[in-house]
Write a protein that binds this ligand. Structure first.
Ligand SMILES: [Cu+2]
Length: 161
């Protein structure tokens, strides 16, 4: 006689939300948002694919942004870094991470309906080709300008007051 496998129990367990960062086979770490100006911001994070199949981040959205696009940076002939939209999404190979970071791939939030405040958390929903969509709360780090350059500028502003 065949024993009843315990997998159904395991499956039910996995359906419980794990603090909102783990669902399906994609997990996120070290997520944060940098806002360059009142209308745009970029989200960065590490996406880890623990499944046995390649996956892909295909889109993202946030209730605070009119439009969210997946971007990368490419260097043009003059050595100037420019943002470029990734229409095919961002690959997350099996058992590997996709690292979204300043100067590289990022999630671009455009048309913010209000100015983001440092330390607040904003919801971003990620949609994948295969894994279930996840919504995570991403904290806003700073509102430094020039965040898209990938350099860690620490400008000494000479405010006259
Ligand atoms: Cu961008």
């Amino acid at each position: 006689m065949i024993k009843v496998p315990f997998f159904p129990m395991l499956f039910v367990f996995l359906l419980f939300p794990l603090t909102g960062v783990a669902a399906g086979n994609i997990t996120t770490e070290n997520s944060y948002v940098l806002s360059a100006n009142p209308k745009t911001a970029a989200a960065y994070m590490e996406l880890f694919n623990s499944s046995s199949r390649d996956d892909r981040l295909v889109s993202a959205e946030s209730p605070y942004a009119a439009r969210v696009e997946l971007h990368t940076h490419t260097e043009d002939a003059n050595g100037v870094m420019r943002m470029q939209r990734l229409d095919d999404g961002i690959d997350i190979p099996k058992n590997e991470s996709a690292n979204l970071m300043p100067g590289g791939n990022h999630i671009m939030l455009m048309g913010l309906n209000r100015e983001l405040q440092p330390e607040e958390e904003i919801p971003i929903t990620l949609t994948f080709e295969k894994s279930a969509a996840i919504t995570l709360m991403v904290s806003v780090k700073t509102t430094l300008s020039g965040e898209e350059t990938g350099h860690d500028h620490s400008h000494a502003h000479s405010d006259s007051h």
